[in-house]
Design a protein around this ligand. Structure first.
Ligand SMILES: NC(=O)c1ccc[n+]([C@@H]2O[C@H](COP(=O)([O-])OP(=O)(O)OC[C@H]3O[C@@H](n4cnc5c(N)ncnc54)[C@H](OP(=O)(O)O)[C@@H]3O)[C@@H](O)[C@H]2O)c1
Length: 329
């Protein structure tokens, strides 16, 4: 596993982290034992950065990470837990008060079993609340009080990313970035690097599409967002299949497969493509099985793609993909 500086924090983050939404819910059921094995497998393969949120599984994801931290007390300083606040029913969409945010943070502290939160990311809060900016003042106060070490934001669009970056002391931005969503390269990367803002990449596999394992007939469980939010029925359409209609995404993934070398699984090449961008600090693939966590961690050892292939993939995105993306971008 290779490590990259998590910008101003001084922490060296494994370039492949673990997305822990799956450990909470909305991806079918991941039993507790499997969830703990996923965390252990990722850790054994060098992962030290874990992304979660207070609302994943109503707190289940954070509680399981808390249990994992208990079992790894001696490694605590080498692990970085990035959580989120802002989508709990007490806040979202328009009930943001300092008191309510503080209550949510105390919930995270309790579930994770820690004295201070490593990183709190605003969790896709409404653009107007970001524009208003008062919420960042609250986060600064909570930082002074010792509730959190760093704060950042998880955003839906490049407009929001650049808006949040106006906060001088923002540590990180979490964005959707993958071969199907290349816009951040031209609209964010240079500014983020110049401002020393760490970039956390979610949906590296476009909810699994970029592993090439789905076909048009693939079906998902009822409690899986790839069923109930397929067309953005419940939340931002971009969070499911990176905003592509499922059938179009399958068709594009099949075409993409033909462009990539076949000596490694497609998921390895599509994630390697992300790591080839220096502005990226950490990629956080989600895993519903321990073996996925192992395979994903191994991507750090894969050699970069050639410049020629990068050009081909830029062309593929420009000509075939971008016009099909739905939702804020
Ligand atoms: N608003 C936000 O801030 C926000 C929104 C979304 C996600 N996130 C964070 O970002 C993380 C990652 O995004 P994501 O989980 O939505 O999307 P993702 O990482 O693109 O997709 C994860 C899914 O891809 C499949 N997969 C993973 N590794 C694989 C492999 N090696 N081979 C084949 N298939 C593989 C699994 O699907 P199966 O389960 O079908 O096997 C897994 O559940 C989340 O866990 C969460 O922590 C944040």
């Amino acid at each position: 596993m290779k490590f990259r500086p998590f910008d101003r924090t001084g922490f060296s983050a494994s370039e492949i982290g673990l997305g822990c939404w799956q450990l909470g819910g909305n991806w079918g059921t991941v039993p507790e034992r499997t969830a703990m094995e996923i965390l252990e497998t990722a850790f054994e393969h060098g992962v030290n950065f874990f992304d979660t949120a207070d609302v994943y599984g109503g707190g289940r994801s954070e509680s399981l990470i808390g249990k994992f931290l208990q079992q790894h007390r001696d490694d605590r300083d080498d692990l970085f837990i990035a959580t989120k606040v802002g989508r709990d029913g007490s806040l979202y969409p328009y009930h943001y008060t300092k008191e309510n945010v503080q209550k949510c943070l105390h919930g995270s502290l309790e579930r994770l079993g820690v004295d201070v939160l490593d990183l709190v990311q605003l969790h896709c809060i409404p653009t107007e609340i970001m524009q208003d900016g008062e919420i960042f003042e609250w986060l600064r106060d909570f930082q002074k009080q010792g509730l959190l070490k760093h704060f950042g934001a998880s955003v839906e669009s490049m407009y929001e990313a650049n808006l949040c970056m106006q906060q001088d002391d923002l540590t990180s931005l979490q964005i959707i970035f993958n071969i199907f969503r290349q816009k951040p390269i031209h609209t964010l990367f240079d500014t983020a690097q110049a401002n020393q803002v760490a970039l956390v990449v979610r949906l590296p596999l476009a909810s699994g599409l970029l592993s090439g394992k789905f076909d048009r007939n693939t079906s998902f469980e009822e409690d899986d967002h790839r069923r109930f939010n397929r067309d953005g029925e419940m939340f931002n359409v971009g969070e499911t299949f990176a905003g592509l209609p499922f059938e179009k995404g399958v068709e594009l993934a099949d075409e993409l497969k033909e462009l990539l070398p076949d000596n490694l699984p497609m998921a390895a090449w599509t994630m390697r493509w992300i790591l080839d961008h220096d502005a990226v600090s950490v990629v956080i693939p989600g895993a519903s099985k321990p073996d996925q966590a192992r395979q994903n961690a191994a991507v750090s050892d894969v050699k970069p793609l050639s410049d020629e292939l990068h050009q081909q993939l830029a062309q593929f995105y420009e000509s075939k993909v971008k016009q099909h993306i739905r939702g804020p971008y």
